[in-house]
Design a protein around this ligand. Structure first.
Ligand code: OAD
Ligand code: ZN
Length: 321
């Protein structure tokens, strides 16, 4: 199961010999891999109903899927938002087209743009926000079945959610692999080189060492396959801050049972919530922090969340000093 992007599919190019871009064709799609869903004639739900299902513990196996939109309040740009998204602001990276930054062919041609981005995103530069700490509260209360994230900023870990509850579907900077001899290294081994604008090289064979971020065309980490056990078990799905454009992650949103309520918290209606809605879907559209705060208010967790944010932010500020 490899990474691919829906919107880029029609215009996917590969970086060929002699610096020539050539179109590539893909034969495998992921959207057919998961349950078909189908609509159930059940009552329409509201955000208040979702809060009540959580608060009353009628739902105790909450699955969460997140994307870059949960980290924009921490100051990290997302990928596809018009204007502010990274893919609109790549002039500084000197790449021929946006997705090139996560393409192996281009990386082997020129790894510098990716490492420039890596330097910006390297763990430690940013702090979790209210959205991360809301998910941490779900975890603390024993309600989080698993958190599937597309983000590579590591903020879910920093927020204090145990790694066993996380699936970092698009990889992590916590480890790195030599692209030639395939030796594995702790992510920190690359840190000094990346910070000094040097391409990290393998101490054994001198090959380029790439952080274990999943590039287009690469397989997803083994942990991604936990979805096969998790999604049939879930009794509630929360989807936050993602355009659901990248597969196979996006199709997970259709892998919960068709009777399971799904809540989308995002600026706009995306993916199956737009083109294949189910009767128990709820979409809370607009600013993500405001939506999370509204939900937390309905849950009666506002003070608890504020105390958690204060405590954890204080700890992180202490580490910075
Ligand atoms: P996108 O940039 O595609 O989508 C982010 C979504 O979050 C958009 O729908 C935004 O409208 C929404 N959003 C952003 N800030 C928000 C805010 N403050 N309030 C409400 N909504 C907000 O990011 P992803 O879906 O995460 O791959 O992108 C998926 C993958 O594409 C990434 O993991 C990355 C990229 O190629 C890799 O890193 C390998
Ligand atoms: Zn090597």
């Amino acid at each position: 199961m490899v990474l691919w992007c829906r919107r880029a599919l029609a215009s996917l190019w590969q970086w060929g010999p002699g610096g020539v871009r050539r179109p590539i064709s893909l034969s495998v799609g992921a959207s057919g891999l998961f349950g078909s869903g189908g609509s159930h004639e059940k009552e329409k739900l509201s955000l208040q109903d979702i809060a009540e299902l959580i608060r009353s513990r009628a739902c105790q196996k909450v699955l969460v899927m997140v994307g870059a939109g949960i980290s924009t309040p921490s100051g990290i740009p997302d990928f596809r938002s018009p204007g502010s998204g990274l893919y609109n602001n790549l002039q500084q990276y000197h790449i021929p087209y946006p997705e090139a930054i996560f393409e192996l062919e281009f990386f082997f041609h020129n790894p510098k743009p990716f490492f420039k981005l890596a330097k910006e995103l390297y763990p430690g530069n940013y702090k979790p926000n209210v959205a991360h700490y809301f998910l941490r509260l779900l975890y603390d209360k024993g309600l989080l079945l698993r958190l599937y994230t597309q983000n590579i900023d590591g903020l879910e870990r920093v927020s204090g959610i145990h790694p066993s509850k996380l699936v970092e579907a698009h990889g992590t900077f916590a480890s790195a692999t030599c692209t030639v001899c395939r030796r594995s290294f702790p992510g920190e081994d690359c840190w000094a080189d990346v910070m000094a604008d040097r391409v990290p090289c393998c101490p054994v064979c001198n090959g380029v060492v790439k952080p274990d971020i999943v590039f287009f065309g690469e397989p997803l980490p083994q942990r991604f396959f936990l979805h096969m056990a998790d999604f049939p078990l879930a009794d509630l799905l929360l989807v936050l801050g993602t355009s659901l454009e990248v597969e196979p992650f996006a199709s997970l949103s259709e892998a919960v049972r068709s009777t399971v309520p799904r809540l989308l918290i995002n600026r706009d209606l995306v993916g199956p919530f737009a083109w294949h809605p189910r009767s128990r879907d709820v979409a809370q559209l607009g600013d993500l922090v405001r939506s999370v705060e509204t939900l937390v208010g309905l849950l009666g967790w506002t003070e608890e969340l504020q105390a958690l944010v204060q405590r954890e932010t204080g700890k992180l500020d202490g580490q910075d000093r």
